[in-house]
Ligand binder design. Sequence first.
Ligand code: PLP
Length: 399
Amino acid sequence: MTDTMEDLVARGNRLNSPNYAPAPVVFDHGDGVWLVDADGNRYLDFMAGIAVCALGHNHPALTEAITDQARRLLHVSNLFYSREQIELMEALEAATFADRIFFCNSGAEANEAAFKLARRFQAHAMDRPEKTEILSMKKSFHGRTLAAITATGQPKYHKGFAPLAPDFVYSPFNDLEAALEQIGPQTAAVIVEPIQGEGGVRPGTREFLAGLRQACDDVEALLIFDEVQTGVGRTGHLFAYQHYDVTPDVLTVAKGLGGGVPLGAVLATERAWSGWSRGSHASTFGGNPLASRAGLAVLRTIDGEGLLENARARGEELRAGLKELAEEFPVITDVRGVGLMVGAECGEAASEVVALARQEGLLINTAGGHTLRFVPPLTISSDHVERALKRLRRALTKL
Ligand SMILES: Cc1ncc(COP(=O)(O)O)c(C=O)c1O
């Protein structure tokens, strides 16, 4: 067998499950904000594995932490503790509103756990088993398990998977009046992304999120923030709720938390957890020593290297540069985002721009079909931003 990139892609395409259609690129290794493919081409990575590689690739702090951990202890199950898991819970408690934490492996799993937590809170803690409805937002994205696609307010993800999970309803994002009409005594929980990611990088307004907070309090529903994409420093705050100053009862996180090692978590208040008891839920791998050690390395590095400040400053540079490009290239009609979660509206041309950018050695992807999404590592420098903008400019020129 040969292993030119073309050959590798052909071998992959023969066996890969048909839900995926990867670009014909095989990555060989990473180096900070750069990725290198099997033919030696270098790409500036402004996707970070879809907002996962918060520290970029091969960050020494993360590499050393997981290498050391692999030598000592990978897994023990949740029938026992590990020091790493305890320390990660303590770090998350210290940095957020959370009283208790549940670990899992992905964003969808974290949301599943949050739904189970909300239903059980109403059924057991509040003794209202009929209060089961979960409100989510149109154009939201909450993952691919059956309940998570049901919560996802985009019909294209539901097609052919009926029957979906019962008692999910939808309301337009950032429309408080419409949400207030939907929230009532039947509502168990409201789930919302503070900034919609997959729906097209759409920041929520403070008024909307604060209004949801009040409405949930009024009917004793739980407010769940899905921070799977916005969490772990992406917005220039450790979590986006801190940017908005609106605190949920429950927060789900994954993606950046392990910096590339699968790790998700549900953070919630003591009250929200009060419906769960021994055996209510579980995950074999969730928060194992390896994943927890990765999470600790990510959180400590964000703190130690000033990556929240960096995300804010580089995000502003990136948005400013994109706005300049928008003046030159009218195909870009809007630039928005918070911190290093940035979108540029590009209409029908978005996918072509992504492909052209890749040819220029810049990795970005689309969100919501029409938006160019920029979610680079939080470690990027001004020089990386400048290079990315130059490459994007060349791509737009070729359009
Ligand atoms: C806001 C949000 N929630 C949930 C998910 C699902 O996460 P995972 O793919 O880890 O299950 C995603 C993934 O893109 C997401 O952006």
